[in-house]
Design a protein around this ligand. Structure first.
Ligand SMILES: CC(C)(COP(=O)(O)OP(=O)(O)OC[C@H]1O[C@@H](n2cnc3c(N)ncnc32)[C@H](O)[C@@H]1OP(=O)(O)O)[C@@H](O)C(=O)NCCC(=O)NCCS
Length: 156
């Protein structure tokens, strides 16, 4: 793990020029990684999509994506470079996203997470998500079940 104490974290909208670095994290983090085209389509074509990267100086070290549809949002992805985990990067990405959602008048956020993904489930629970049910065989690679989580946001 890299030196942890002095991250110079900055969160900004994901750009196509970030995708080389995003894809390195994506391939490490997920069994069925999204392609460059999938990300590119999201950030250039999908008007419901909001994607952010966390940068330490110029290096992309994590990212989050969500769709906003009317007053609801669906978190589509979240990952952090393994060298930078447990330093609050995911927390910062979530907080930035929640700020954006509140600005847009969103008051409900949902996501799916693998039943086996204890670290992410704990993160989401810490951030006010409740487990609302199970989607059986949701993940195509190993037919794992997904936990469906929801959070209510307070609109100002
Ligand atoms: C899940 C993930 C995004 C967390 O990123 P992170 O930057 O390390 O998370 P943070 O440092 O912000 O952690 C926030 C809280 O989440 C929980 N958490 C995060 N990682 C954890 C772990 N390995 N074990 C237990 N709890 C964990 C803790 O409550 C933690 O707070 P604490 O460090 O004060 O105890 C990261 O592990 C990751 O990229 N995993 C692979 C991809 C993935 O599973 N994405 C989620 C898909 S739904």
């Amino acid at each position: 793990m890299k030196e942890t104490n002095n991250l110079d974290l900055n969160v900004e909208y994901m750009k196509t020029s970030d995708l080389d670095q995003v894809l390195v994290i994506e391939k490490e983090a997920f069994n069925s990684p999204w392609s460059r085209n999938a990300f590119k389509k999201e950030i250039t074509k999908n008007r419901y999509a909001n994607y952010f990267v966390a940068k330490n100086e110029q290096e992309v070290i994590g990212y989050i994506g969500a769709w906003i549809i009317l007053n609801e949002s669906h978190i589509t992805t979240l990952a952090v470079n393994p060298d930078y985990r447990r330093q609050g990067v995911a927390k910062k990405l979530l907080i930035t996203l929640f700020g954006r959602l509140v600005e847009e008048g969103v008051n409900k956020v949902t996501l799916e997470v693998r039943v086996s993904n204890q670290s992410a489930r704990r993160l989401y629970t810490d951030y006010g998500f409740d487990e609302a049910g199970i989607r059986k065989n949701y993940y195509q690679d190993n037919k794992e079940d997904a936990v469906i989580m929801w959070k209510t946001l307070k609109i100002k």
